[in-house]
Design a protein around this ligand. Structure first.
Ligand SMILES: Cc1ncc(COP(=O)(O)O)c(C=O)c1O
Length: 342
């Protein structure tokens, strides 16, 4: 068996129950493009979690989910306010700006979170015809630094945004990990907290592939399916995307997978804290551990383990756990950390 990695939860395979769901869906011919029973069943599951009013569209990947949702909110002369480290800003190849034509207005953030004062600094030019007009705010739950907004923090942002005529989008590529951390439902952090549009992640939590755009705002829902098609995210064999979500949202598999990944990150963080010379650079609230350690130790660990050097100047690394990271994987890494210091 190939070695597990700490580079990304995208590096993990498919959860066996999800694989089984794909195999079961592979039965004969069914209507294409989402007119099948698996798609109907998966949408029903989403409505159970997020409420009957939600509009759900399945897409292939996280970038597609973000861009599809954002495009329903923003026109090309408008802007989206987000942190500088937001995935839509730093890791999606300019897809949002390229496809929508609008502008991203960024706010520096040390912990990955956007704040009301960060949003406010971009609102001074409303009504100025020379400037892109802010129309949406995008936050990531969990953030790209593994931190998690509290429900109160989300509500503060949505109330402020709505009061200023802005929609709120949430990049929930790891929303399940956030729910596991907060001990709340998926709805409490999203629809109940005032989010208008959600990109709900599956791939990083055990799916082969698949994300869902979930819209809670009726004003925005009707255009979504056309935007998805034009954005090349409408799968013809939709049943296979849908069957995965149908299973993920059954019997709390989404939560079990996320809890497990978070638990392994917690174990890893505890182990790392025991070494003098290693410090955690972010609170560990999900399935990512950010730590700084001497360059020499980083280089020695890289010989055997795969992980990201997040900030070379600060000797900061990022270790990501997954639904299938085992205690043995964590102990093996910690054992090599120990050896690297001896
Ligand atoms: C927070 C976040 N959002 C969105 C994505 C985009 O996913 P994809 O690579 O499937 O487009 C990622 C991928 O790692 C991510 O970490």
């Amino acid at each position: 068996m190939t070695k597990k990695m700490f580079a990304s939860d995208n590096n993990s395979g498919i959860h066996p129950a999800i694989m089984e769901a794909i195999v079961q869906a592979n039965d004969g011919h069914v209507p294409a493009y989402g007119s099948d029973l698996h798609t109907a069943a998966a949408i029903k599951k989403f409505k159970e979690h997020f409420g009957g009013e939600s509009e759900v569209e399945f897409v292939f990947n996280g970038t597609g989910a973000n861009v599809t949702g954002l495009k329903a909110m923003v026109r090309s002369h408008q802007a989206i306010i987000c942190t500088d480290g937001a995935h839509i800003n730093s890791d999606e190849g300019g897809a949002a700006e390229g496809v929508i034509g609008g502008k991203l207005l960024t706010v520096p953030s040390a912990d990955g979170k956007l704040t009301v004062s960060g949003i406010e600094q971009h609102l001074h030019n409303i009504g100025n015809q020379q400037r892109s007009q802010p129309k949406a705010v995008s936050i990531s739950q969990c953030t790209e630094l593994g931190t998690v907004y509290t429900i109160e923090e989300i509500k503060e942002i949505t109330s402020y945004a709505h009061a200023n005529g802005l929609y709120v989008h949430m990049d929930g590529a790891r929303l399940s990990n956030a729910a596991a951390h907060l001990g709340c439902s998926l709805a409490e952090m999203t629809v109940d907290a005032g989010i208008d549009m959600l990109a709900f992640g599956g791939t990083k939590n055990g799916l082969m592939m698949g994300e869902a755009v979930v819209c809670f705002n009726k004003e925005l829902a009707s255009e979504l399916k056309y935007i998805r098609k034009q954005g090349m995210q409408l799968g013809s064999k939709m049943r296979f995307l849908a069957a995965q979500f149908e299973r993920l949202l059954t019997d709390d598999l989404w939560l079990d997978n996320a809890r497990h990944a978070n638990g392994m990150a917690g174990l890893l963080a505890e182990g790392l804290m025991e070494f003098e010379g290693i410090s955690l650079t972010q609170p560990v609230e999900s399935n990512a551990v950010f730590a700084s350690l001497p360059k020499e130790q980083i280089e020695r660990l890289q010989e055997k383990h795969s992980f990201a050097v997040w900030n070379e100047e600060e000797n900061e690394i990022r270790l990501v756990t997954s639904f299938d990271t085992s205690k043995e994987d964590v102990e093996s890494l910690l054992g090599d950390v120990r050896k690297s210091f001896s």
